[in-house]
Ligand binder design. Sequence first.
Ligand code: NAD
Length: 249
Amino acid sequence: MPFAPSDVILITGGSRGIGRATALACARAGARVAFSYRSDDAAARDTLAACQALTGEDGAIALQADVVEEAQVMALFASTRQRLGPITGVVNNAGIVASSMPLADMSVERLRQVVDTNVLGALLVAREAARALVDHGALVNVSSMASRLGSPNEYVDYAASKGALDTLTIGLSKELGPRGIRVNAVRPGLIETDIHARAGRPERLAELGPGCPLGRAGRPEEVAEAIVWLLSDAASYVTGAFIDPAGGR
Ligand code: NAD
């Protein structure tokens, strides 16, 4: 088992997609699991039931929290500690993509929303992780291959926000290493979740999947496996590192 029963993993944006797959993979790997969701109550209920089927009723909780709101992020960590015990791992997963267009056409409202969620939100979650985690703790940031590819004419704002997360991963790994806390990131490629439909490009998966060196888009579970490994003691000498579950893209 990668995790001990005393391990408590907190995942932001865990009601669906990669976050849901990660919550389930952590539960299956023996941890107790807390995940946050913003507004999707039905999906959160469904994911919670699936987690509790693995952990037992007391082993998984779902908490509503918007990562952009400082007080809600602080309450998320406090409630997790109170209900499940000391947090040993954090997955900084919540993130958004807006619709595809060149930067020249993007409104300031859209830019604010992307930067607020993907940069400010991720920084707030990372800050609380830095406060909550103790020796042997681990933080995994969910970045994107977009930070390396740049996503021209689609969403350079999103790519730039994930570039910020990559830099945070490097800086925070050095800041927290002396405390025995590891900080790593995954940079998924094209993964089969609803994020593409929400960005108005559901056809992206079928269009771009076959062009990946592995010939297809990835599944959320294939990202979750990499996250579980980075959180676990199997990765005890790995920090400031990136795993790219991107099918070679
Ligand atoms: P998704 O839309 O299915 O899930 C995103 C999650 O983030 C949801 O649970 C949503 O509620 C949550 N979220 C969004 N804004 C939030 C906020 N302000 N506060 C709290 N929660 C919020 O998408 P996904 O594909 O599962 O994406 C998960 C992460 O993976 C994101 O950070 C995304 O950028 C990254 N990613 C996805 C892909 C892909 O192809 N699907 C590729 C690379 C990186």
